[in-house]
Design a protein around this ligand. Structure first.
Ligand SMILES: C[S@@+](CC[C@H](N)C(=O)[O-])C[C@H]1O[C@@H](n2cnc3c(N)ncnc32)[C@H](O)[C@@H]1O
Length: 237
């Protein structure tokens, strides 16, 4: 079994299948990118699933950071196939540092949940805040923390598109997706107040919390946190 939280090559190989169902987030992040007046950065860019359409829609180079060489190789191919430019950087998002401040930093598909501790997330938020222009935005989405859902999912075997078993470790708020070869991808779920605390300690401001990618209001039935925060000062866009 791989270390908890690593994005094993086994996931990378079949990431296209894992992520095929997720399309609703693309227009949301593209919309933010079209409003960004300056560099655009995707944290945990993966195979470029979102970065490629963002680069296509804006006609601009998108900086993509990821620690998985296999995922970055896929992103490079996807960018070449689409005829767009991605500036792909192999790095851990906890080490984020940019030469030029960004107008938009975004992190789709719950990738911040791969960070094991609150301190890891705080580091990312502080680095994001330092890397944004005044008024620049930070947007991300994550599962709404739901202990009941996670408890029901514990032990469930999922046959497709990539066969795996789900494990829930309640004291750690951690869901493990365990593939048949033992490769494990872990998600440490966070509550709304944890996210709001991160925005606060990083010196960012909450611009919006949506319950979905169409901008629906966040409410008791919401299953997804869709956050937009911004660095104070400057124009809003
Ligand atoms: C669920 S995929 C998301 C990929 C892409 N953003 C998307 O929306 O399809 C998660 C990605 O996070 C990357 N990742 C996880 N932890 C990371 C870290 N600490 N630093 C950089 N990349 C990380 C993995 O390598 C993987 O490519």
């Amino acid at each position: 079994m791989t270390e908890h939280g690593t994005w094993d090559e086994a996931y990378a190989e079949r990431y296209g299948e894992w992520s095929a169902h997720m399309t609703a987030d693309i227009p949301f992040y593209v919309g933010l990118a079209l409003e960004a007046n300056g560099p655009i950065v995707e944290l945990a860019v993966g195979n470029g699933r979102v970065a490629v359409p963002v680069a296509r829609a804006t006609g601009r180079r998108v900086i993509g950071i990821d620690r998985s060489p296999a995922m970055l190789a896929q992103a490079e191919r996807a960018a070449a196939d689409a005829g767009v430019e991605l500036d792909l950087r192999p790095a851990d998002i906890r080490d984020l540092a940019l030469d030029e401040p960004a107008a938009l930093i975004y992190c789709p598909f719950r990738s911040l949940l791969h960070l094991p501790t609150w301190a890891d997330r705080r580091l990312v938020f502080e680095r994001v805040a330092a890397a944004l222009t005044p008024g620049g935005r930070f947007a991300w989405n994550a599962f709404v923390f739901d202990h009941q859902y996670a408890a029901k999912a514990d032990g469930v075997r999922v046959d497709g598109p990539v066969p795996h078993t789900v494990r829930y470790t309640a004291p750690e708020n951690r869901l493990d997706i365990v593939m048949d070869n033992g490769a494990t991808s872990s998600l440490w779920w966070a509550t709304k107040n944890e996210w709001l605390g991160l925005i606060d300690v990083a010196g960012l401001e909450l611009e919006a919390l949506y319950g979905g990618f169409s901008g629906e209001p966040f409410g008791e039935e919401s299953r997804e946190y869709v956050f937009v925060a911004r660095r104070p000062g400057g124009p809003t866009r």
